[in-house]
Structures are given as C-alpha cells and as structure tokens.
Design a protein around this ligand. Structure first.
Ligand SMILES: Nc1ncnc2c1ncn2[C@@H]1O[C@H](COP(=O)(O)OP(=O)(O)OP(=O)(O)O)[C@@H](O)[C@H]1O
Length: 246
C-alpha cells in the first residue's frame, strides 16, 4: 500500500462514492492537503464538493479508495472511531447555520469544546473570544431565533473555530450571506485559520471565494478536472467549459 506524503495532513486516493439511492457521488478522486493550507474545492452545483468533504471528514464511509489523516487510515475506521476523530480533530461549517435553539449563542459556540472535555469556564472564554472576532460578541446571551441569518452563520463559524480543529471543512460557508457580509466573514475565517495553523478545505462554486485559498482543486461530475470555467452566460451549447484531467 502506498503511504501518504509526510507533509500532507489529509490524503485521499481513488475515492469512489455512491449515494444510497445509487446516484453517483465521486468517481476516483485523489488529492493531498498540506498542513496549514487553505484548499478550495471548486465546481458547479452537483459536482460532488459536499460529498468529497463528507468522505474526507469521515462523515460517511468511502465506497472504495483511501483517506488518510496525519498518516493514519480513516477509511478503515468504524463509525465510533470516525465520530471521535471528527469530534476531536475536525471542524465543520454547513452552508446554512444549524444551531441548537434551546441554547444561547455562547453555549452553542462552546458546545464542541465541552464535548471534547474542556471545562465550562474555559469553553465559554474561548467561545466569547471567537464570537467577538466574528462581530457577534454582543449577541452572546441571545437565542439563535433572535439573530439574523448572517449572525447565525457567524456563530456557526465561531463554533467551528473555537476548538482550533486540525482541519476545518467549510461547505459553502458564506453562500447564504450578502456580498459585504461574505467578504468580511471569509476574511475573518481565512485569517483566523492562517494565524492558528488550521488547515481548511473550503467547498465553493464562487470564484471570488476560491481566490482566497492557497490552491484550488476543481471537480466536475465527481471527478477532478484541470479547469472549470463557468462563463457568466452559458456557451452556445448551454454548458460550462471544462477539461478533464488525465
Ligand atoms: N443524499 C443524496 N442522495 C442521492 N444523491 C445525492 C445525495 N446528495 C447528493 N447527491 C447527488 O450527488 C451529486 C453530488 O452532490 P454534491 O452535493 O456532493 O455536489 P455539490 O458540488 O456539493 O453541489 P452543491 O453546490 O449544489 O452543494 C449530485 O448529483 C447530487 O444530486
């Protein structure tokens, strides 16, 4: 078995994935993510970005292929070990914020730290620090329903960053935000990741968002491609231009 390169924090080889209903998800994706890197996974809707992030983060078991984290196999782990890995080493941001309505904002942001065993006081301090950085510190005692959507997404991002995960998976984290909010939140996220050495895998179909990353991997129909050029208007045949990788 080929071993992953030492400086890749995540490494995947020939990932194939089919959804439960038989829909194709991934068709032989290989990639490496270097430590501290911000990697954009780009491609049009339905190209497999979310599926790839879910496979890399151990949310779902891969069909065939390998996923390695810090030179240890993830693809051979059972559900409990994968769950522990996700809790202790990974962070996740969904396109839409999923917060617990019964908890206030700081409790939501502190929850992953407390689940890892951090005491309530320290978890609260870390949560408040990140909420401040994301400009929602003044909403710390509010319930999620009292916040605007953009504020809720900032809370979800603070919650993902507070435990300083080794790898943060961000699935279209600013897709639902207005342009001004989007730029600010993305810059906060990438600056925070760089200053804390957090590796980020960022799924996006937006070229401006991908431009903030160190490197971009393009997907189309569950495969890696060299380029995915999405013109403003569809070309003569109504399709985006693309070229398949070897
Ligand atoms: N749970 C599911 N069951 C069946 N098919 C699915 C499921 N989730 C995704 N798919 C299909 O798998 C393919 C890849 O979907 P995926 O969500 O990974 O793409 P994506 O690039 O993240 O798209 P988007 O930008 O719209 O989120 C699509 O054809 C999609 O319809």
């Amino acid at each position: 078995m080929e071993s992953p390169p030492d400086n890749d924090v995540l490494w995947a080889r020939s990932l194939h994935f089919r959804h439960r209903d038989g829909s194709p998800g991934l068709a032989g994706v290989s990639l490496g993510v270097r430590e501290g890197e911000i990697l954009a996974v780009s491609g049009p809707r339905g190209s497999g970005k979310t599926t790839l992030l879910r496979c890399l983060s151990g949310q779902v078991p891969v069909g065939t292929g390998e996923v390695w984290f810090n030179s240890a196999p993830v693809h051979t782990l059972g559900p409990v070990a994968r769950e522990r890995l996700r809790r202790d080493r990974f962070g996740w941001i969904d396109p839409e914020p999923v917060l617990i309505p019964e908890l206030n904002v700081w409790e939501n942001a502190a929850l992953p730290l407390m689940l890892r065993g951090t005491g309530r006081r320290r978890a609260k301090a870390a949560a408040l620090e990140w909420l401040e950085r994301l400009d929602v510190g003044d909403r710390a005692r509010s319930r999620p329903r009292e916040l605007r959507q953009a504020e809720r997404q900032r809370v979800a991002i603070a919650r993902a960053l507070a435990p300083a995960p080794t790898v943060l998976f961000a699935d279209e984290p600013t897709a639902t935000l207005h342009r001004a909010d989007r730029t600010h939140v993305l810059r906060t996220l990438t600056t925070a990741a760089r200053s804390h050495g957090i590796t980020v895998v960022l799924a996006t179909h937006d070229a401006d968002t991908a431009a903030l990353a160190d490197r971009t991997v393009n997907l189309l129909d569950g495969r890696r491609v060299h380029t995915v050029h999405l013109p403003d208007a569809p070309d003569a045949e109504g399709r985006a231009a693309c070229s398949l990788s070897a």
